[in-house]
Design a protein around this ligand. Structure first.
Ligand SMILES: *Cc1c(COP(=O)(O)O)cnc(C)c1O
Length: 382
């Protein structure tokens, strides 16, 4: 059997040196006692969960965080057994028993979840590590303040019975990426009062936490015992309002590259791609880039997305198709196989994921997390 060589078409380079540097940068921005939970949900925002988790731990992260229990269990299965791993998005019927066996910190936002985890603890015969989540104003997951005393009381009762240990009290911010938004102070006030209530009732949490990347970068008063950065670890700015990644001292980890698959001369007046939304204004050359919306290149960036080909930033001409799109090369004739860089750190004049977010009218989180499974990840400095 001969092995199929790696595809030449496209690749997402993942610079683990940059990821480690970003973790160290965040480490330096929080007080020494504050622990760092590297958030590696959604396959580490498309970067590869296990490798990124390992690199973050090497650089000083203390905890790992995922959304689903399956993501957290996969980290354990990959041999990451000696650090706390938390997961927060549970659905009825999820494998609490496996979470207990794997020593996960499991978030509980309501009575149904407490009942399921207590049932699993009885069945397994071990104590479950749970973290109670408060909805301090986000209006998404988490326990409403009015229901908090009931949840805390029931958790304490299960703790007395040896079925659970409440290891954390936590919440999530709605508008941390909008500096001075009035909801920030309001949420912190609610969080502090819910912490007071739980601690007066007898909860002794190891960690209290509410800060995502923007709060880690801009709100020291929100750091408490632990911060939960995700996007910042991958070197991407949480929002243009907070500055570019370079301004924040972060280095983008992912570069999305393709090999130009065809270069050809076309006459003036030639329609390009589905719908002919682009028509050549003069005799010109077109370059075919073999990446499309099935690979995560947003169709919303049709006619707008920037791409570095050679030394020049070109623009997507016409619609992004499922597997490919076209750029107008203005008469230049790079060799087929020439590298096309959709985004990267920006050092060589290439666009960034933040630029693509503007072009597609979305956030840079969505740009990196949507890069599809058909694009191989190539790890640098592993
Ligand atoms: C995704 C997520 C984070 C990380 O958010 P970033 O903005 O990427 O830093 C932190 N906490 C929770 C609960 C999350 O869902």
């Amino acid at each position: 059997m001969t092995e199929t060589p790696p595809p030449r078409r496209a690749r997402a380079e993942i610079d683990l040196r940059a990821l480690r540097a970003n973790v160290r940068t965040l480490r330096a921005r929080v007080a020494p006692h504050v622990r760092i939970m590297a958030v590696v949900k959604a396959d580490a925002y498309g970067h590869g969960a296990v490798r990124c988790a390992r690199a973050a731990l090497e650089a000083g992260a203390d905890w790992l965080g995922t959304a689903t229990p399956h993501e957290a269990l996969a980290l354990r299965a990959a041999g990451i057994t000696d650090v706390p791993v938390m997961c927060w998005l549970w659905t009825p019927g999820d494998p609490w028993d496996q979470g207990i066996e794997a020593g996960l910190d499991m978030s509980v936002s309501g009575m149904w979840a407490l009942e399921e985890v207590v049932g699993a603890a009885k069945a397994v015969g071990k104590t479950a590590r749970i973290q109670l989540k408060a909805d301090t104003g986000l209006g998404r997951n988490g326990c409403q303040p009015a229901d908090w005393p009931e949840l805390v009381g029931a958790a304490l009762k299960a703790e007395v019975d040896g079925l659970v240990k409440v290891t954390g009290l936590w919440s999530h911010l709605a508008c941390a990426d909008e500096p001075h938004h009035p909801s920030i102070a309001a949420q912190l006030d609610v969080f502090r009062s819910l912490l007071d209530h739980a601690e007066q009732a007898g909860v002794r949490p190891e960690v209290r936490h509410i800060a995502n990347s923007p709060a880690t970068l801009t709100l020291p008063e929100a750091h408490f015992d632990l911060v939960r950065p995700g996007i910042a670890i991958y070197g991407v700015s949480p929002s243009p309002e907070l500055g570019t990644s370079a301004e924040l001292g972060l280095r983008p980890v992912m570069s999305l590259k393709a090999s130009v698959a065809l270069v050809k001369h076309v006459p003036a007046g030639h329609g390009v791609s589905y719908g002919h939304h682009y028509v050549t204004g003069a005799d010109t050359t077109l370059g075919l880039v073999p990446l499309g919306y099935a690979d995560g290149v947003p169709r919303h960036a049709s006619g707008r997305g920037p791409v570095l080909v050679g030394d020049t930033v070109r623009t997507v001409a016409g619609r992004v198709a499922m597997d490919q799109f076209v750029v107008d090369l203005g008469g230049d004739t790079p060799e087929p196989g020439t590298e096309a860089v959709l985004f990267g750190p920006g050092d060589r004049g290439e666009p960034t994921a933040e630029d693509w977010a503007v072009a597609a009218d979305t956030i840079a989180y969505e740009i990196v997390t949507r890069i599809g499974a058909r694009v191989p990840r190539v790890y640098l400095d592993e």
